[in-house]
Design a protein. Structure first.
Length: 142
């Protein structure tokens, strides 16, 4: 997600940054799991967006490329694209977000995940930030 509105950044308070995840500069997280790489938006992102009211999900089988849009999140403030942190094929999507997009606000690292991607190059995860690097990024953007 890219942040065009400085006023959104000013609203962000202390946010959770789990140590076991990797992070993109666009505020997506990635967790390597047995079935692929689970992807979502960060606590920083959901906090900056405010109340999320709609999520456009990718479809299972879609090809995604790192750095390119894979979906959209709409809040009461704005619409923001969600960018793929890695390249691959969408293996699973969180259909529960269609009826309950607020899960992204309530539990961004749990029930608010967006999709699982079967990576075409698992080494791309190494290009993402660790928790320390992401914390430093969000401190600069707050």
């Amino acid at each position: 997600m890219r942040w065009p509105l400085p006023a959104q950044r000013a609203r962000v308070t202390k946010v959770e940054v789990p140590a076991d995840l990797r992070y993109s500069a666009d505020h997506e997280w990635a967790r390597s799991e047995e079935q692929g790489v689970r992807i979502g938006i960060t606590d920083f992102a959901q906090d900056a967006l405010g109340d999320i009211v709609f999520v456009q999900l990718p479809k299972a089988g879609d090809s995604v490329r790192a750095g390119e849009p894979l979906g959209e999140v709409e809040s009461t403030k704005s619409v923001s694209e969600v960018f793929a942190p890695i390249s691959g094929t969408v293996a699973e999507v969180n259909e529960a977000l269609v009826d309950s997009p607020e899960r992204l606000n309530a539990d961004p690292y749990g029930q608010g995940w967006i999709c699982v991607v079967a990576p075409s190059d698992p080494a791309e995860l190494d290009d993402l930030m660790d928790a320390k690097g992401y914390s430093e990024l969000t401190a600069r953007e707050s």
